[in-house]
Design a protein around this ligand. Structure first.
Ligand SMILES: *[C@@H]1O[C@H](CO)[C@@H](O)[C@H](O)[C@H]1NC(C)=O
Ligand SMILES: *[C@@H]1O[C@H](CO)[C@@H](O)[C@H](O)[C@H]1NC(C)=O
Ligand SMILES: *[C@@H]1O[C@H](CO)[C@@H](O)[C@H](O)[C@H]1NC(C)=O
Ligand SMILES: *[C@@H]1O[C@H](CO)[C@@H](O)[C@H](O)[C@H]1NC(C)=O
Ligand SMILES: *[C@@H]1O[C@H](CO)[C@@H](O)[C@H](O)[C@H]1NC(C)=O
Ligand SMILES: *[C@@H]1O[C@H](CO)[C@@H](O)[C@H](O)[C@H]1NC(C)=O
Ligand SMILES: *[C@@H]1O[C@H](CO)[C@@H](O)[C@H](O)[C@H]1NC(C)=O
Length: 499
């Protein structure tokens, strides 16, 4: 068999060929009856995790919580009217005994009960009595123990313009009891403080915490609204993470429907591509111990293939190879005598293009990929490229997927390869010579190139700051599902989630 032929190097060149700077690209839109190609489900455990995170964040950002000053005058026997003031009322710590989260028809209920907190404050009083010629005043500290506080919240989750809209549908705080400790002061003052202020401290705590919670939800909502609707994949493509329809709330999970298709990042002239999706599973992960499930329809991968194909990223003109003699008809004198006879001593180039976007199909057993490509052999005569022959080939491979960080990465191996001559103006080409060389070339050069790209993977729609952990992938008919846990990377620099 021949020494390295042009075809071998051609694949080497594919790998080093620079991509066109600007390309005509096409955008893709789903057939949409409002259903997306990616779904995300938070399981009971996932909701627990988020609830605990939210409560901890909410408390951390609330503390120290300052309450407005309170003033009151009260009548005391002999002393008359005493003006009492509490200032610097501060909650320094809040403990939560138990909390739970429950999705319902109207929203997600989060309840924290058995909460306790301590308030510190300064007291001050003054009075003037007809008995005394001067005004009397004194000051000191006091602390209040709040016992049996409960906070309840119903979060509304809606889809608004493709983003998640969060609202506090109901929000309340109830203080069941407080205990006031006064440092210093007389015993009449102690009693007076309790009588005068117990109710007002209670309602100040209740209203301040409620207001804080509402502000927190507004901030969290603003954060969700500000999340981009696309996640960049590279400088060509991004993933459309527009939310479709309202989240689906069941008794123990929340499911989100996401468009999930690849779209062009650059200026597009748009042509619709239609994808059909099989119905979505109602429970994405069978393992209930996993916090999160993300289901990707095979259309996601096919939209990526279509995008790169339409962007003409899968077409290459090869006119330089190490053994340049083979890009001259003279080099083909013995392999294809008719070619040499018709075009003696002319330079040649090779035009390789995919005939259609690669097709990915997912089944329970495996993920198949089929690539159809055409190789057109051009003879260059008088500055003109004359196509003289066309060979088309089909490569089939199978892919495996894995999780890499927050990305779904993959790798591919070759299963088969067929090649036929479509047409030729220069007689039959010796395919039996070309075919084994092509196979080697694809395996040693083209495949590593594809795998290098697949290794980077596609981003899963996970909010920045959260990391996927203990994840596994499951393939079912036309779908790949990622099931895993999430961890929150507490990064001091990031404040978006601080509510
Ligand atoms: C409140 O103060 C009491 C008594 O000093 C203490 O036992 C308790 O741990 C404190 N609670 C909080 C939430 O700081
Ligand atoms: C009263 O509070 C001040 C700070 O507000 C503190 O420095 C002081 O030690 C407290 N006094 C008592 C008796 O707790
Ligand atoms: C939705 O988006 C459109 C266009 O971007 C905008 O005009 C409209 O105000 C948005 N609606 C809401 C409720 O934000
Ligand atoms: C992204 O998805 C939304 C919802 O399906 C769709 O309306 C929008 O056109 C998509 N964007 C692009 C650029 O395809
Ligand atoms: C896309 O490019 C064309 C010209 O190339 C320009 O007229 C059009 O405004 C651009 N559209 C966007 C959305 O940038
Ligand atoms: C390469 O071939 C494709 C179709 O096979 C064709 O559309 C394209 O124009 C060709 N390119 C050149 C530079 O000949
Ligand atoms: C080559 O021939 C096959 C089968 O006849 C056809 O399906 C394919 O479209 C042809 N390819 C080109 C590039 O002409």
């Amino acid at each position: 068999m021949a020494s390295p032929t042009p075809l071998f190097f051609l694949f080497f060149l594919i790998t080093t060929a620079s991509f066109p700077k600007s390309s005509r690209t096409q955008s893709i839109s789903e057939t949409s009856n409002g259903e997306g190609f990616m779904a995300m489900e938070l399981s009971e455990r996932g909701l627990e995790f988020l609830k605990d995170l939210l409560i901890n964040k909410a408390i951390a950002s609330t503390i120290p919580l300052k309450l407005p000053r309170l003033e009151k005058s009260a009548k005391f026997p002999f002393l008359g009217n005493v003006q009492m003031t509490l200032t610097g009322i501060t909650i320094d710590e809040i403990d939560v005994l138990s909390s739970y989260v429950k999705p319902g028809d109207t929203g997600v209920a989060i309840i924290a009960s058995g909460m306790t907190c301590n308030l510190s404050m300064n007291w001050y009083y003054k009075y003037s009595s007809w008995l005394l010629p001067v005004e009397i005043s004194d000051k000191g500290n006091a602390s209040v123990q709040v016992e049996g506080m409960e906070v309840g919240l119903t979060l509304g989750l809606k889809n608004q313009n493709g983003s998640l809209k969060l609202s506090a549908m109901e929000c309340g705080c109830i203080v069941r009891g407080i205990k006031i400790n006064v440092d210093g002061g007389a015993s009449w003052l102690y009693q007076g403080m309790i009588d005068a202020f117990a109710g007002r401290i209670t309602s100040a705590v209740e209203s301040t915490i409620t207001k804080n919670l509402k502000d927190g939800i507004d901030k969290l909502d603003a954060f969700l609204q500000s999340l981009p609707k696309e996640i960049p994949v590279d400088n060509i493509a991004s993933l459309n993470v527009t939310f479709l329809s309202d989240p689906l709330l069941t008794s123990n999970s929340i499911q989100f429907d996401i468009n999930g298709l690849f779209m062009a990042r650059q200026n597009t002239s748009s042509t619709s591509m239609e994808y059909f999706r099989n119905s979505q599973s109602s429970v994405l992960c069978s393992d209930p111990s996993k916090m999160l499930g993300i289901e990707l329809d095979e259309a996601v991968f096919n939209s990526a293939c279509a995008l790169y194909y339409n962007a003409k990223f899968m077409q290459w003109i090869v006119d330089k190879i190490p053994d340049q003699a083979l890009l001259n008809t003279a080099g083909w004198r013995f392999i294809a005598p008719k070619l040499y006879k018709k075009y003696p001593n002319d330079d040649m180039n090779l035009n390789i293009s995919l005939s259609s976007p690669p097709v990915i199909s997912v089944s329970e057993q495996k993920i198949d990929a089929t690539v159809n490509a055409a190789l057109i052999i051009n003879v260059l005569e008088a500055n003109q490229a004359i196509p003289v022959a066309c060979v088309s080939f089909e490569v089939s491979g199978s892919a495996s997927v894995r999780i890499s960080g927050n990305n779904l990465a993959g790798s591919m191996k070759l299963d088969g390869f067929t090649m036929i001559q479509n047409w030729s103006d220069v007689g039959n080409l010796p395919l039996f010579v070309i075919q084994p060389v092509m196979w080697t070339a694809i395996e040693t050069v083209f495949l590593p190139y594809v795998n290098a790209h697949l290794a980077q993977g596609i981003p899963l729609p996970i909010v920045h700051g959260f990391a996927l952990q203990n994840a596994e992938t499951v393939t079912t008919s036309s779908k790949i599902t990622v099931c895993g846990d999430v961890a929150y990377r507490d990064d001091k620099q990031r404040t978006e989630l601080h509510i």
